[in-house]
Each structure stands twice: as structure tokens, then as C-alpha cells.
Design a protein around this ligand. Structure first.
Ligand code: SDX
Length: 436
């Protein structure tokens, strides 16, 4: 980051001495006021619950322009990456900063392919869950459990240990997600195969059975690979910030990523795709397009507690570029599968049309986000609704681990430890029992 010639001065109306802070510029996006010395110089904290105006770190991985609706991974626009690359190209890019050349791609893909197996002991972990356990509960447990199997790479200060942990996590997430699905179906686990693509391998582990050969549908493979690309990273969102904060204590990468999986599960975050499809199915069952107007009135009524899931975003105040690409993927997949008249897709398009014309949404700059169409595509592919967020976690693992690695690569990083505005009781004595 570069020191700006502009400075920030904080002055107080009670005549307390003013304080000056340096301002830093990034390569693009908002400048930052460096307030690290604020408490030492004033005895005061800043107050920013939800971090609406707080840059928690310096990063060079992903840039979002919320006003323009732009998303760049290492400077490359998501629209170009989604068309010209496969997911492992994106993993290499996000981890290393550049797209791989032919040799680098071959080597990286081989590394990932040869780490897709999980220790057979992990099969016993699943046995402890009910068959109807939510896949995110299973995945949170399995990812954290991985830390019990890799004592050979626990030195997080060693770049080689961090690299092999990144490869293992990217490689094993599809295997773990597919195992969680097979377990819920009461079907045998399907082992990974080295002669399939990353995404083709995942589809086979999900939908093959030992009873017959499984042929990967190339349209579905390409669509799911694009879904992975669109979910790979997204700046300092809630789950990435969780991974950074968790990792800042020096814990192992599997524990930190498990914390990210747990955070992503929430309906305000990665759980929105599951909630959005449930909203569409419920609306479809209760009158469909004919009832959209009534539903939208509920959404606009604060007291209803009803939100248009898959809409709105903390950063995007314009159309989420991923939602546009997801809608296109929807159209391609539904057409290829002969589902172009899918009632849920038509319902979603109608909800979007109405919302984008309604002053409530226009004034609040609420647009479709990545979760609005992703459920429809995944449902068309045959992925159960309860697995949508686990698919999101599979794809986001590379972003989480790259951000974790970026933090640990900075020799000056510190453990994250926010402060508070305390509004509770001041010191008081414990009363006798008969006086409580
Ligand atoms: C993801 O951060 C990321 O980058 C996340 C993500 C990633 O890739 O990691 O992009 C993935 O999490 C996408 C977001 C998925 N969540 C949803 O789709 C759930 C529905 N959306 C909302 O709950 C909400 O929009 C958030 C949580 C996404 C953003 O919330 P903010 O920034 O805290 O905004 P807010 O809740 O303060 O809303 C501002 C106003 C409020 O109305 P007023 O109080 O101003 O009158 O907009 C309203 C909200 O009530 N509003 C909505 C709405 N979203 C916001 N009203 C109806 N439906 C909605 N979906």
C-alpha cells in the first residue's frame, strides 16, 4: 500500500488535542485511514459493528467494485475467467497470483488429483451422524477432523506446509461433500478417479453407484465447474473474515477452514442459496407467479420478517456480476436438459423483473446476488437443496485458504483481537442469597 500525501485529522469539540492519521492508497478502491495509533494517542476506540466502514486487512487477491458490479480475481474480470478457464485454473490463479501456463497447469492439476483420497478412518466419522444430518453439520465436522490426520504439515510458518495443506483441502473437499451426500442416501461411498476432471470426478462421486458405469454429462460438468469458479473467492466476506480471525491465533488450516464452513452456513451468507430455493418452492406451491405481488408486499413489510432471499448485498449496490453469469448458466443447462419451461426459473425471473422495477428495491439498491439463481441450476443438475451450501463451501475453500495464506505470509501479522464499547454494570458487590 502507498502512503497518500493526504492526511486525516481527528479533532474534538471539547478542545482535546487533535490527532493526525496517515492515509494509504491501494491500487484501486477506497483509500484507508490508518487508525492503529488511535487508542494509544486518545484512549478511544472506533465503533463499527458489522465492519461497514472497516478494512480489516491489506489484500491483493479479489477486488469488488460494488457500485459498478465488478469482480476481479487477481485483476482478471470474472466474466472472462468464467468463459476461458476451468476451476483448477482459478485455484492456481487465486493461490499464486497468475494464471498457470501449460506446464504449471499440468503439474498443479496432477498434485490436486493425487490428493483426492481421504483417510479410510474418516468413514467412521460419518457413522456417528444421523442419516438425515444437515450436510453442513457433517462437513464442519469432517473438515475439522482432517487436522487429526496431517501431523506432517502443522508448521504454519513453513510455506511448504501451508502449500500442501492448501492442495489437500482443495483436493479433498469434493470427496468429503460427496461422502456426506452418499451417507444421507444410504449409498456406498464412491472413490475418486484420477482419469476424470476435478468437477467430473465430483459428479461421479456424487451420482455413480458400484452397480454400473457412470458417464459424466459434459454440459452439467461445465455448468458446475462454472458455479465453482463464481464462488471461489469474494474479498473479506463473513466466512473469509472468520477464517482470517481463526487462523490469526496460529491454529491449523483445517480448523480455520472448518470455522469458515460453519460461518458460511448462515442464511444471510452462503445458506441463502438453500433458503432461496425453499422460498421459490414454497411460492410455487402457493400459487406461483399469480401470488408474486402478495409475496412482495410481505417482503416490503418490515414486520413480516420475510426477505427476498438471493437479493441484496453488503457490497454490491448494482447487479452482482456472478448473478448475471449464473442466470446465463441457468438458461444453458435448462435448455440442454430440456427443462427450459422450469416453473421455478420462470418464477425467479418474474420476481427479479418485479423487484427491479419496485421503488422499495430500487431505493435500497437491492439486486440479485450469487445465490438467487445458483439453486435453480444445482436443482436442475440433481443436487439436493440441502447440499447447495456445501457446494458453495467446496468452491470457496480455495479463497479461504489463499486469504489465510496471504495473512500468514505477512511477517507483521498479529492475532485479531477487537475491543468493545462496554455498556454493562460497573463494579458491584455480590449480595447475600437472601438479598438477591
Ligand atoms: C453472500 O459478503 C459477501 O461477499 C457474501 C457473498 C460471498 O460471495 O461471500 O457474496 C455471498 O452471502 C450473498 C448474500 C446472500 N444473502 C442473501 O441473499 C440473504 C438476503 N439478503 C439480505 O439478508 C441482505 O441483503 C444481506 C445480508 C445480504 C446484506 O445485508 P446488509 O448489507 O446488512 O443490508 P441490510 O440488511 O442493512 O439491508 C439494507 C436495507 C434494509 O431495509 P431498511 O432497514 O433500510 O428499510 O435493505 C433491506 C433491509 O431490510 N433488505 C432487504 C433485503 N436485503 C436487504 N429487504 C428485502 N429482501 C432482502 N433480501
Amino acid at each position: 500500500m502507498n502512503l497518500s500525501d493526504k492526511k486525516a485529522t481527528l479533532s474534538f469539540s471539547d478542545g482535546s488535542p487533535s490527532v493526525e492519521f496517515p492515509v494509504y492508497k491501494g491500487t484501486v478502491g477506497p483509500d484507508v485511514v490508518d487508525i492503529r495509533k488511535l487508542y494509544g494517542q486518545t484512549g478511544m476506540f472506533t465503533f463499527d459493528p458489522g465492519f461497514m466502514s472497516t478494512a480489516a486487512c491489506e489484500s491483493g487477491i479479489t477486488y469488488i467494485d460494488g457500485d459498478k458490479g465488478e469482480l476481479l480475481y487477481r485483476g482478471f474480470p470474472i466474466e472472462q475467467l468464467a468463459v476461458n478457464c476451468d476451476f483448477l485454473d482459478i485455484c492456481y490463479l487465486i493461490l499464486n497470483g497468475e494464471l498457470p501456463n501449460g506446464e504449471q497447469k499440468k503439474d498443479f492439476d496432477t498434485q490436486v488429483t493425487h490428493h483426492t483420497l481421504v483417510n479410510e478412518q474418516l468413514h467412521f466419522f460419518l457413522r456417528g451422524f444421523r442419516r438425515d444430518a444437515h450436510p453442513m453439520a457433517v462437513l464442519t465436522g469432517l473438515v475439522g477432523a482432517l487436522s487429526a490426520f496431517y501431523h506432517d504439515s502443522t508448521d504454519i510458518t513453513n510455506p511448504e506446509h501451508r502449500h500442501i495443506s492448501a492442495i489437500r483441502l482443495i483436493a479433498k473437499m469434493p470427496t468429503l461433500v460427496a461422502m456426506a451426500y452418499k451417507y444421507s442416501q444410504g449409498q456406498p461411498f464412491i472413490y475418486p478417479r484420477n482419469d476424470l476432471s476435478y468437477t467430473g470426478n465430483f459428479l461421479r462421486m456424487m451420482f455413480a453407484t458400484p452397480c454400473e458405469d457412470y458417464k459424466v454429462n459434459e454440459v452439467v460438468e461445465r455448468a458446475l465447474d462454472r458455479i465453482f469458479i463464481l464462488h471461489a473467492d469474494h474479498e473479506q466476506n463473513a466466512s473469509t473474515s472468520t477464517v482470517r480471525l481463526c487462523g490469526s491465533s496460529g491454529t491449523n488450516p483445517f480448523a480455520a477452514i472448518s470455522a469458515g464452513v460453519a460461518c458460511l452456513w448462515g442464511p444471510a451468507h452462503g445458506g441463502a442459496n438453500e433458503a432461496c430455493l425453499q422460498m421459490l418452492e414454497e411460492l410455487q406451491a402457493n400459487g406461483g407467479v399469480a401470488k408474486v405481488g402478495e409475496f412482495m408486499e410481505k417482503v416490503k413489510d418490515k414486520n413480516s420478517g420475510v426477505r427476498l432471499m438471493g437479493f441484496g448485498h453488503r457490497v454490491y449496490k448494482n447487479y452482482d456480476p456472478r448473478a448475471k453469469l449464473m442466470q446465463e448458466t441457468c438458461k444453458e443447462v435448462l435448455a440442454a436438459l430440456g427443462l427450459e419451461n422450469d416453473p421455478l426459473f420462470k418464477l425467479a425471473m418474474e420476481l427479479e423483473r418485479i423487484a427491479l422495477e419496485d421503488p422499495y428495491f430500487v431505493q435500497r439498491k437491492l439486486y440479485p446476488n450469487v445465490d438467487f439463481y445458483s439453486g435453480i441450476v444445482q436443482r436442475a443438475i440433481g443436487i439436493p437443496t440441502s447440499l447447495f451450501t456445501a457446494i458453495f463451501a467446496l468452491a470457496r475453500t480455495v479463497g479461504w485458504i489463499a486469504q489465510w495464506n496471504e495473512m500468514l505470509s505477512d511477517p507483521d501479522y498479529k492475532i485479531g483481537r477487537p475491543r468493545q464499547l462496554f455498556t454493562g454494570h460497573v463494579t458491584r458487590d455480590v449480595p447475600e442469597m437472601n438479598k438477591r
